[in-house]
Design a protein around this ligand. Structure first.
Ligand code: FES
Length: 153
């Protein structure tokens, strides 16, 4: 079955028709051509697909697109200012070299933004715990925590 829904993505309104089984991740990447959100495991285990839905972190691979009626979704493409100025956490990832291959980085940054906005940045241990759903195969965890900590201060 196809479903029509309208949602906001990075401040732009979209009306789309999707199959019942379409994930938010595939809606973003395949239908809306926003490939910044990455597909790692496609099973809720890696965090590469993290986006914000109404300000809350979700794994887009585990979220059905049909549940997104009226939602406000923010992806990595929507984080910088309209004039191109990076979000402070994006800049902190650059300043701290918080990536190697970069594949997990969009998800790490979106999760980090959520972590900061949720106030889970009191200690490095707290940041590690609340970022623990985001896997980095290159092992950049220390610098990722550095970047989140720097931005939260
Ligand atoms: Fe969604 Fe891995 S791709 S958690």
């Amino acid at each position: 079955l196809n479903n029509q829904l309208s949602l906001s993505v990075n401040g732009s309104q979209h009306a789309v028709t999707v199959d019942n089984r379409t994930s938010l991740l595939d809606l973003l990447r395949e239908h809306l051509r926003l490939p910044g959100t990455k597909k790692g495991c496609d099973a809720g285990a890696c965090g590469a697909c993290t986006v914000l839905v109404d300000g809350r972190r979700v794994n887009a691979c585990l979220t059905l697109a049909v549940r997104m009626e009226g939602a406000e979704v923010t992806t990595i493409e929507g984080l910088a200012d309209e004039d191109g100025a990076l979000h402070p956490l994006q800049q902190a990832f650059i300043d701290r070299d918080a990536f190697q291959c970069g594949y997990c980085t969009p998800g790490q940054i979106m999760s980090g933004v959520g972590c900061i906005e949720e106030g889970h940045t009191g200690t490095r241990a707290e940041i590690r715990e609340w970022m623990s759903g985001n896997i980095c195969r290159c092992g950049c965890y220390v610098k990722i925590v550095d970047a989140v900590e720097q931005t939260a201060l």
